[in-house]
Design a protein around this ligand. Sequence first.
Ligand code: NDP
Ligand code: GDR
Length: 327
Amino acid sequence: MKRALITGITGQDGAYLAAQLLEEGYEVHGVARRLSTANAWRLAEVRDRVVLHGGDLHDTGSIVRLVQAVAPDEVYNLAAQSFVPTSWEQPVLTGEATGLGVTRVLEAIRLVNPAIRFYQASSSEMFGKVVETPQRESTPFYPRSPYGVAKTYGHWITVNYRESFGIFAVSGILFNHESPKRGREFVTRKVCRAAAECAAGRRRALPMGNLDAARDWGFAGDYVRAMRGMLRAAEPQDYVIATGEVHTVRELCEVAFERVGLDYREFVRTDPVLVRPAEVDRLEGDASKARAELGWSPEVGFRELVHMMVDADVARLRGDLLDDPEG
Ligand code: NDP
Ligand code: GDR
């Protein structure tokens, strides 16, 4: 039985990846931080089948000891301070976790067993103020936030450990991907949750930032399949994972509110406080390398994704689905 270790297992992607690996017959271990309140709600469906270990990307020893104790065949580094606005408020912490944290995991692999296969969660935020459209593996990076800068470091250190030490280390450059397990601070979940609350009469207004921002949004379940494809491949290589379909935040509002029979224009207000100091205006990915070499393609489209997320929040508010803790 193959063994996988996932950092960030309590996050959105961690939960989908754990489920996918269990389905494939893996023994799944995850790193969870010590927090004052329990936060494993995303793992409810798989909690009795995964092994959680205490650890933190800030603490090198904890990561080394875990890699030693678990002796995994594969390590997925999904842990990060992943919310872009927080990265301006806590740039040093973001650099530590999202950037240097990658080196700590790679060092643990190098010390304990360089044959372990390593996946790094790179991001389309590295393209930032884009220099070419659509963005592909060869597109130069121009990050626009401390988060994007930290991810760019994580990306290159992964490439460097592959080239320096021959480690099977890959970076998936994933564009935005969402699901009902998305944190409430990210724009898709924020809007879908608000649409459900407005429909239930629990909210009257939705303050938003830049409605003209445009993203290439996909479904998290499809994107973790791509991570698996990259670690199964014969050669370690980096891949862009995206749908190629772009929508604005305004369109997102329109589709989400429409789903519950409302007009978003009656609820959405723009609030300058929510506008970022430096914006990433538009991201559009070209995943043709992943399509050709990994046979990967997304199964869930934009409207279906938004409907899935609104429906889940409607069910949560009705008490038909366990609600997540407010972030
Ligand atoms: P989430 O924010 O949902 O999850 C982040 C995870 O990282 C959580 O489990 C969190 O733990 C953990 N974490 C944060 N800091 C530390 C730390 N210091 N030590 C150990 N664990 C830590 O992110 P997603 O699941 O959405 O994303 C997964 C990864 O992919 C992230 O690295 C993200 O930056 C990257 N990414 C995401 C994309 C997306 O659209 N979702 C696109 C491209 C890249 P806790 O639960 O305790 O907070
Ligand atoms: P992003 O995701 O920054 O792309 O990073 P987010 O959903 O936070 O923002 C997307 C776009 O929407 C605009 N926006 C708002 N965003 C939020 N959160 N709240 C608002 O009220 C709002 N109004 C407009 C933003 O300005 C932005 O342009 C996500 C994270 O998952 C990263 O970890 C990941 O690396 C990238 O996606 C790819």
